[in-house]
Design a protein around this ligand. Structure first.
Ligand SMILES: Cc1ncc(COP(=O)(O)O)c(C=O)c1O
Length: 362
């Protein structure tokens, strides 16, 4: 028998939201409403669609390992040095690159919980020890407890803002005060996968913080508001010295040529993002009203998903919705039992959800 890392015995592969085709087959339903993976229900920029249709695509050659053109466009957009950027096959890959860069047996990391599960998953694979710090009751990170969890062996502190799966946004002044208290030898990951959906004026653009903290990286992605989850491009913005180390761990051709060009076109179309943000906010308010109307707890969300209370077991409710062709995520899988996570869809998709959920509640 081959001998795996022993920690794998305690782990399971990532369980994604159920794919549409699988649900159609399994339940014999033609029309499926997928509200499970926080994808953009409005698709992607029309400029990307036009390019895909009209241009010839280079596939025979290896992609540019430096992502030069995309790097330039993103650097210009954020007014940062091109060397302060790293691109990953989704921000998922950046999380694993960070884990490979900082962790080995004997090291330790601090993560909020419930939060994005890949932080702990990758720490485990690299043999690091970890402390999961429960969120406060209001869904915010528990700064005090996170600071107390830091040890001499701590290499990375993870922050997810807004947080998945609660959707909650941390107050900028409190977050900054927290970062201020973390030893500058500890690497801080600020995962902002949903940043484009924030409408709360309290949010301060964290790009400004990078000058102050050379131990901070921001993670962003083309998978959510840009509607490009399938092309797998995420990026990190951090200090050049850190990026240089991360680049030693990154596989050279981790993003393909199509993805580079698509991301480059997409980021130039900010009017698409603005439209999506506005539509999402309108629909998010309908979820707030729905929750209030039915006396269900829902965390205030600044993302394109909500965490909504269920009156029965979350697995059971998810399964019943699935039978009606609606895919949501059960909180039982996300560390939030008694809740379902619902991606905010189009008006029509949300109507379908509200009607079905109302029936279940009655
Ligand atoms: C908080 C957070 N970070 C990172 C990711 C990974 O996104 P991707 O790898 O598609 O960029 C997700 C995806 O759901 C997420 O919710």
């Amino acid at each position: 028998m081959v001998q795996y890392k022993r920690v794998l015995d305690t782990m399971a592969p990532y369980k994604p939201g159920k794919p549409i085709e699988e649900t159609q087959r399994e339940y014999g339903i033609e029309t499926i409403v997928k509200l499970a993976s926080n994808e953009n229900p409005y698709g992607y920029s029309p400029l990307v669609a036009k390019w895909l249709k009209e241009e010839a695509h280079e596939l025979a050659l290896y992609p540019d390992a430096n992502a030069t053109n995309l790097r330039e466009v993103v650097a210009k957009r954020y007014d940062v040095a091109p060397e302060s950027l790293i691109f990953g096959n989704g921000s998922d890959e950046l999380i694993s690159i960070i884990a490979r860069t900082f962790f080995e047996p004997g090291t330790h990391t601090v993560v909020p919980t419930p939060s994005f599960t890949q932080y702990v998953h990758n720490a485990k694979v690299e043999g690091a020890d970890f402390t999961e710090v429960p969120l406060r009751e209001d869904g915010h990170h528990d700064y005090e407890a996170m600071l107390q969890a830091i040890r001499p062996e701590t290499r990375v502190v993870w922050i997810c803002n807004p947080n998945n799966p609660t959707g909650t946004l941390l107050r900028s002044d409190e977050l900054k005060a927290f970062i201020d208290q973390i030893d500058s030898r500890i690497f801080i990951v600020l995962d902002e996968a949903y940043v484009e959906y924030i409408t709360d004026p309290d949010y301060v653009d964290t790009l400004n913080w990078l000058e102050e903290y050379d131990n901070l990286i921001l993670l962003r992605t083309f998978s959510k508001a840009y509607g490009l989850a399938s092309i797998r491009v995420g990026y990190g913005i951090g200090h050049e010295r850190v990026i240089e180390q991360l680049n030693k761990v990154r596989n050279p051709f981790n993003n393909n040529t199509l993805a580079h060009t698509i991301a480059q076109i997409a980021i130039e179309d900010q009017s698409f993002i603005e439209t999506c943000r506005t539509k999402n906010e309108t629909e998010r308010k309908r979820y707030e009203q729905f929750a209030t109307q039915h006396g269900l707890h829902m965390y205030p969300s600044q993302t394109n998903f909500v965490l909504l209370e269920t009156t029965r077991g979350a697995n059971e409710v998810s399964e019943q919705l699935l039978r009606q062709g609606i895919i949501v995520r059960s909180g039982d899988l996300l560390g939030t039992p008694g809740y379902i996570r619902v991606t905010i869809g189009t008006k029509e998709q949300n109507d379908v959800f509200f009607e079905a959920y109302e029936q279940l509640l009655n």
